[in-house]
Design a protein around this ligand. Structure first.
Ligand code: MSP
Length: 736
């Protein structure tokens, strides 16, 4: 075999590695499911395939999330990484390796890469003074106060001695590389964006940090940690064995690198299409063959994400409609590369239309009739008529066109075409009606027609099923057994798609027992999924302040979600109905008589924490008479009011009124919860200076710790108005 032939028979594809600061949701599942379908098809074509996924566990963002959750970063990362892996396993994803960036094999590889870049003269020491976005772990051009161009969050001012990578040396090389490899990146929008970014000029890139320590130490200068993106991108080679001297690792790396495809979300194209090939070129390693960006999964008009609080979990869909329904929807509904809306209604419509009434119904009709009329044994087709010749021709064309379109990632089109074949087979069956014998047709002619039509329809189903297998692996496995063909996974292992031709279902094959594939979704399916999400969100919100390992497990048969949730300390909280106003501050500490609280409506809180002085927006109602009692200056001096700036503002999922804020006091940063979500858009609060009570005892709401309280004027029947300043004031300044 030539070297070329050997290389072409292996395929290495990767998902992005997921940050462990958020739990997995459908947006994360999307790229992983797509990769799984590609990997399954490649293997079924007899190609030696390596499918990698994993988690991105270093950086300041993770360090801070762990701190807020009150645990060590490693403990935090362990718990969330286990959630990702658990979900991928429940979804039946066939990844070959799951890399975690905190693993020794990764650390070793990153240090080797860093050392190689330095030895080859592409890394030098310098000082960076400027703005940094912690959320995106990226430097941002502009003066203090600049908002990050990617996420809109306020950047932080940093000044640190760093190692720099000579990215500027790669401007021309990269442009030439893109030119010579037009297939390197896609879709076209990504390609254009990346090229214009590089043409705009590349400056050297800081590739180490000293401002935090949760990362991989720079070899030989351990007060620096490696920049998270250099660390993260390297996973694609360290997982194969780069950096290891073990012969098995070396062989794996030799076999599978360069990657055939990195599948990524569109917002991380620059890292993958600019920095990554530049790092590799500098290290003398071949760049990947291609990078393909998927669009975003939207829900309620916005990108599904933790910070927007609009996530849907894969488990919810799996529980109600099964994993194949989820896979089919994601690949059929959203043209790959574009943003796509997720909705429970659209999901159920697709499920019933294409899977239950379409494919599922076709299979059930044919399998049942073969059992009824032929004792479950495939009959001889006999002489074909024009109808069979046409169906066969369409199926053969389908086989020929499916592969190239699938390889071009046109999944939605491919499935649409395949389902035309489903409809055509269904129509063929109906037109020939093998179940109905007209009076003028002899018994023997009718038996011939039945044999011809059912054998042909069954063969069409075999072709459809083989092609659909990468997208619908569970259903395909069931159908394969019903067609008497055994285990499809075994067929896939022996590369059955390579030789997929019409006529594979031989006469005499004994069918398996009929079994339901996609039972029709009932009217309440949407409601059931919505309820599962609501229930889960209540559990998650409640558990969010716990260590991640203690987070309430996903609802399932073994741990049903009940209508009320328990706090960490066992206090019982009645669930809030969605959209319903929460009790207006009438909770009281145990043992206290319930006392009314003059506050805007707050979220229900655990009774043991709820005291009236600690409500999230503690403002006197304007309609009430001012306090009649006076206090001494010493009393007032006890209250530490300070200026703070909002760095992060996000909704607390399914807590209608609550915002989670991260604020900067100049001397420290902290988390505060405020009941202003109905009156302030979180995005618009970022960067705003506010006044907080800084010495309030911490309290927990919805499982999250609030360290302080913001001040706002409360207007009768109106929205609260945040206190602020007309002049510029330094952070942390005390109000006296
Ligand atoms: N850790 C980096 C990637 C490093 S790769 C060397 C990262 N992590 S992430 O968890 O924020 O995102 C991982 C992937 O999930 C990205 O490709 C991102 O686009 C994808 N998605 C997260 N939410 C998504 C949607 N709502 N829709 C589609 N994909 C989305 O970035």
């Amino acid at each position: 075999m030539t070297d070329q032939a050997t290389r072409s028979e292996r395929y290495y594809l990767t998902t992005p590695i997921y940050y462990v600061n958020a739990r997995p949701h459908l947006g994360h599942a999307y790229s992983t499911v797509v990769c799984d379908a590609i990997a399954r098809r490649k293997r079924a074509l007899g190609i030696d395939t390596w499918f990698l996924t994993g988690t991105d566990e270093h950086g300041q963002k993770i360090e801070r999330s762990a701190k807020l959750a009150g645990c060590a970063p490693q403990e935090f990362a362990d718990a969330i990484a286990a959630e990702f892996r658990g979900l991928w396993d429940r979804l039946g994803l066939t990844y070959d390796d799951f890399i975690r960036t905190t693993e020794p094999r990764h650390k070793r590889g990153v240090q080797r890469l860093f050392a190689t870049l330095r030895e080859r003269g592409f890394i030098y020491k310098g000082r960076y003074s400027g703005q940094y976005c912690i959320y995106d772990e990226a430097y941002v051009d502009g003066p203090p106060g600049t908002l990050c161009p990617d996420c809109g969050r306020l950047t932080e001012n940093v000044s640190e001695e760093n190692y720099y990578f000579k990215l500027s040396a790669f401007e021309r090389k990269l442009l030439e590389f893109y030119e010579e490899n037009p297939e390197f990146m896609g879709p076209e929008s990504t390609r254009r964006e990346v090229i214009s970014f590089v043409r705009g000029g590349l400056r050297d890139l800081s590739v180490s940090r000293t401002s935090f320590s949760w990362g991989i130490p720079v070899p030989g200068d351990e007060k620096h940690v490696v920049y998270v993106w250099l660390d993260a991108l390297a996973n694609y080679i360290t997982a194969l064995g780069y950096g290891s001297d073990d012969p098995t690792d070396k062989a794996r790396f030799e076999r599978f690198w360069p990657a055939d495809m990195h599948l990524i979300g569109k917002e991380i194209s620059r890292f993958h299409c600019v920095y990554w090939p530049a790092f590799l070129m500098a290290a003398g390693i071949a760049p990947p063959k291609s990078v393909r960006a998927n669009g975003w999964l939207l829900f309620d008009q916005g990108k599904m994400s933790k910070s927007r609080g609009n996530i849907v979990r894969a488990d919810t869909v799996m529980q109600v409609l099964g994993t194949d329904a989820l896979r089919y929807f994601l690949m059929r509904e959203i043209p790959f590369g574009q943003d796509g809306n997720f909705s429970f209604d659209a999901l159920v419509q697709r499920y019933n239309g294409d899977l239950a009434n379409g494919y599922g119904n076709l299979v059930s009709r044919v399998v049942n009739m073969v059992h009824k009329y032929f004792g479950g044994v495939v009959p001889e087709v006999g002489a074909e008529t024009q109808a069979e010749i046409t169906l066969r021709a369409h199926a053969e064309r389908g086989v020929a066109e499916f592969g190239p379109a699938f390889d071009a990632l046109n999944f939605s089109d491919v499935l649409k075409q395949l389902w035309l074949l489903v409809a055509e087979t269904d129509g063929y069956l109906t037109a020939n009606a093998p179940w109905k014998k007209p009076a003028d047709r002899s018994d023997s002619d009718h038996a011939k027609l039945q044999a011809r039509v059912l054998a042909t329809a069954a063969e069409a189903i075999r072709i459809i099923t083989a092609l659909a297998y990468p997208v619908l692996p569970d259903a395909a496995a069931k159908v394969w057994r019903q067609l008497g063909l055994g285990e499809i996974a075994e067929a896939a292992r022996s590369g059955f798609l390579k030789h997929l031709t019409w006529g594979g279902l031989k006469a005499g094959t004994k069918f398996g027992e009929p079994a339901p594939l996609f039972p029709r979704a009932e009217k309440d399916a949407v409601e059931r999924m919505q309820n599962l999400e609501d229930e889960n969100n209540r559990s998650v919100v409640e558990a969010a302040g716990n260590k991640p390992g203690m987070v309430t497990p996903a609802p399932g048969p073994t741990n049903p979600v009940v209508g009320a949730v328990r706090t960490e300390r066992g206090a019982h909280i009645e669930p809030e109905s969605p959209g319903e106003a929460a009790p207006t501050g009438t909770t009281a500490a145990p043992g206290d008589a319930a006392q009314p609280v003059n506050a805007v409506p707050t979220e229900p809180v655990a009774p043991e924490h709820a005291t009236r002085t600690l409500s999230p927006t503690p403002v006197s109602a304007a309609h009430e008479s001012p306090a009649s009692e006076t206090i001494s200056i010493d009393d007032f001096a006890k209250v530490e009011l300070r200026v703070a700036q909002i760095l992060v503002a996000e909704r607390v999922p399914k807590a209608d009124k609550l915002l989670r804020l991260e604020v900067d006091l100049g001397y420290e940063k902290r988390q505060i919860l405020a009941g202003i979500a109905q009156h302030y858009e979180p995005e618009k609060l970022i960067g705003r200076k506010i006044v907080i009570v800084a010495n309030l005892a911490p309290r927990k709401m919805r499982g999250l710790e609030s360290n302080g309280m913001l001040l706002a004027a409360s207007l009768e029947g109106g929205a609260p108005v945040l206190a602020g300043f007309l002049e510029d004031v330094p952070l942390g300044a005390r109000l006296k």
